[in-house]
Design a protein around this ligand. Structure first.
Ligand code: PEP
Length: 253
């Protein structure tokens, strides 16, 4: 049985007060189960605070992005993977569709960032997913396979063994339009099969999260699918009650 994960991507939301409130509320409200990882990904400036508040609570902390450069240097505004690890982050999201679309991060950059994250001792949550246009053109599987293959070429089986995949159909992110459980399962199975072409054991163990308008009332049906191992949650992760309820749904699998 694979470990489940429920991860919250706060995006560019939060404050000092919100961070301490959210982490302490989650730590007290949620009964953390060993087989379901609970992760919060606040903006970079609140990571150290979140990591301190989460210490010994079972709540894990991850970043939303990292620099593509591994070593210190003249890279104004960037945050390195080793710095994230230094302040207590264990995970980092790479390849989120907002970074692909708004910051021109292509498959090669995403793959490189996944490698930099692994080298810094972080677990990359590698996001893949198709746009509505690509889905309607019948290209969802082709797009996702290309996104995976680019990462495979750089991190290989060993890297994937330390990583997590998040399937996030772009048309479902922040739109209130969720993939049906069957649509999610179909693509999750494609992802696992593609990874199995590299290594069957790695693919079987891979955690594949679904992301895209997951809410307390749809989480259970999505998480119940065979190849869905939890969720990457945006909007609903900003509400402690909703996020706790989504976490509870992952425990029922
Ligand atoms: C996300 O941004 O990763 C996401 C899944 O957002 P939402 O849950 O708001 O659709």
């Amino acid at each position: 049985m694979r470990q489940m994960m429920v991860a919250g991507n706060w995006k560019m939301h939060g404050s000092v007060a919100f961070t301490s409130d959210m982490v302490t509320t989650l730590a007290s409200k949620v009964v953390i189960k060993e087989n379901v990882t609970l992760l919060v990904c606040p903006p970079a400036v609140y990571l150290a605070q979140a990591a301190a508040a989460a210490a010994h609570s079972g709540v894990h902390v991850g970043a939303q992005n990292l620099a593509s450069v591994a070593s210190p240097g003249a890279y104004t505004g960037e945050v390195a993977g080793f710095m994230l690890a230094d302040i207590g982050c264990q995970y980092v999201i790479v390849g989120h569709s907002e970074r692909r679309a708004l910051y021109a991060e292509d498959n090669e950059i995403v793959a490189h960032k996944a490698k930099v994250a692994l080298d810094a001792g972080l677990v990359p949550l590698v996001c893949v997913g198709e746009t509505l246009e690509q889905r309607e053109a019948g290209k969802a599987q082709e797009v996702i396979t290309a996104q995976l293959d680019a990462v495979s070429a750089v991190i290989g089986v060993d890297g994937w063994s330390q990583a997590i995949v998040a399937y996030e159909p772009v048309w479902a992110i922040g739109t209130g339009r969720t993939a049906s459980p069957e649509q999610a399962q179909e693509i999750h199975a494609v992802i696992r099969a593609r990874l199995a072409e590299l290594d069957a054991g790695m693919a079987t163990a891979m955690r594949i999260l679904y992301g895209g308008s997951v809410k307390p009332d749809n989480a259970e049906s999505i998480f119940s699918q065979l190849d869905v191992d939890g969720g990457l949650i945006g909007g609903a992760s900003l509400n402690a009650d909703d996020f706790a309820r989504i976490y509870a749904c992952a425990q029922t699998k």
